[in-house]
Design a protein around this ligand. Structure first.
Ligand code: 13P
Ligand code: SF4
Length: 331
C-alpha cells in the first residue's frame, strides 16, 4: 500500500489536523499540517479549528494539548513516552519534596517549575503548589519569573536544564541525590535528578574533536546537554532557536556541528552541517511513529474507533492547566 497517498486522501475527508515535532522521521514530518517545537505545537494545536488532533510526538505533548483543549479529541499514532518524562511521577516528585522538608526546606519555601517534558499528573502536582511549566524555549523567562517569588526553585525533571539556566543567570544549583545535602540547602535552583538519554550522548570530547578537525566550526547545542557540553558551545537553544540560528543567522558556508536529535539536524541544511556524536543520536521514542501508524490512526477516525486517544482526568486537567497557563501568561 502507498501509505502517503492514502494518508493524503484521508486528510481531505476527515476533520483532522496532523501535528509533528521536529524530531519525527522525515516521512512522517512531511505529512504534517503543523510542525514545531513543544511550545509551538501546544499553542498551534489548540488554535486549529479541527475536532481531531493527530499528534506525532511523545506522550507528554499529546497530553498537553488535551489539558489545554479538553474538548478536542487528541490521538497519537504511537503513545511513545519520552525517556526523561518517564523518570518522574507524582510519587517521586513527592519523595523529593520530603527530602527537602527533612533538610529544613518547607513547601512554602519552594516554587516548583516543571519542564514540559513531564506527565500531566506531574504538571498538576506542580500547578497545585502555584508552580509553572516551562519549555527549553522559555525556561530563562519562567525561571526569572519564579525567582520573583523570593523562593527557591525546585526544577523537575531535567537536571541539565536547571543547571544550565542557573549558570546563565549566575545562580547556584544543586541536584538532589547527586550533590551534598548542604549544597542542596544553599542552592537557589534545586534540580530533580532526571536527564535526556539522547542529549547525554554528547560529550566535551566530541566538541574537541570537531574543533580540532575544523578550527572555524561553530558548535550549537540544546540545553538538555550536560553543563560541561553547554559550557564549551558557541550557541545554546531550543529546537526552534537552533533552527533559526543555523538556517537564518549563519552563512551557508559556515560549518556548524549540532548537539541535538538526528532527524532534525539531518534536515537543517544541505551542506556544512554535522551531528555532534560518533553515535547516531536518534530519540528512540520519537522514532517509534511510522507512516503506517499514521495511516491506521486516521483510518480509526474514519471508522469511529479512535485508536490511541489521549484521556486526562478532570482533576489533572484543572491543575496541570493552571501550571501551563501561568507559563503562557509570562511568555
Ligand atoms: P523542544 O521544546 O525544543 O521542542 O524540545 C523538546 C525535546 O524533547 C527536546 O529533547
Ligand atoms: Fe525525551 Fe530526550 Fe526524546 Fe526529547 S530527545 S523526547 S527529552 S528522550
Amino acid at each position: 500500500m502507498n501509505f502517503k497517498e492514502e494518508i493524503l486522501k484521508l486528510k481531505q475527508e476527515l476533520d483532522v489536523t496532523i501535528v509533528a515535532h521536529f524530531y519525527q522521521k522525515d516521512e512522517v514530518f512531511e505529512l504534517a499540517d503543523i510542525v514545531g517545537d513543544s511550545l509551538e505545537l501546544a499553542k498551534k494545536a489548540i488554535a486549529t479549528p479541527a475536532k481531531n488532533i493527530l499528534f506525532c510526538g511523545v506522550g507528554f505533548m499529546g497530553e498537553s494539548v488535551k489539558v489545554l483543549a479538553p474538548n478536542k479529541r487528541v490521538l497519537m499514532p504511537k503513545i511513545a513516552c519520552c525517556a526523561m518524562a518517564r523518570m518522574i511521577d507524582v510519587e517521586y516528585y513527592e519523595a523529593n519534596l520530603k527530602i527537602l522538608n527533612e533538610a529544613g526546606i518547607s513547601n512554602e519555601d519552594i516554587l516548583p517549575i516543571t519542564y514540559i517534558n513531564s506527565s500531566a499528573a506531574v504538571k498538576a502536582a506542580v500547578g497545585k503548589m502555584g508552580g509553572y511549566v516551562c519549555t527549553s524555549a522559555n525556561a530563562f523567562k519562567i525561571i526569572h519569573k519564579g525567582l520573583e517569588s523570593g523562593k527557591k526553585i525546585f526544577f523537575v525533571p531535567d537536571r541539565c536544564l536547571g543547571q544550565n539556566f542557573a549558570k546563565q543567570i549566575g545562580l547556584k544549583s544543586a541536584v538532589i541525590g547527586i550533590d551534598d545535602i548542604e549544597d542542596v540547602k544553599s542552592a537557589d535552583i534545586i534540580c530533580f535528578n532526571g536527564f535526556c538519554s539522547v542529549h547525554q550522548l554528547f560529550t566535551p570530547a566530541d566538541i574537541d574533536f570537531f574543533r580540532a578537525k575544523y578550527p572555524e566550526i561553530i558548535v550549537a547545542v540544546h540545553p538538555e546537554c550536560d553543563p560541561a557540553v553547554v559550557d564549551k558551545a558557541d550557541f545554546v537553544g531550543s529546537t526552534s532557536q537552533l533552527i533559526k540560528y543555523i538556517t537564518e543567522d549563519l552563512d551557508i558556508e559556515q560549518k556548524v556541528v549540532v548537539g541535538t536529535e538526528y532527524n532534525m539536524v539531518n534536515r537543517l541544511r544541505e551542506k556544512n552541517t554535522y551531528v555532534l556524536s560518533g553515535t547516531k543520536p536518534e530519540c528512540p521514542t520519537m522514532n517509534e511513529t511510522t507512516v503506517e501508524d499514521l495511516y491506521n490512526t486516521l483510518l480509526s477516525i474514519k471508522n469511529g474507533q479512535f485508536d490511541n486517544e489521549i484521556f486526562v482526568s478532570d482533576d489533572t486537567v484543572k491543575y496541570a492547566r493552571m501550571a501551563l497557563e501561568r507559563m503562557f501568561e509570562v511568555n
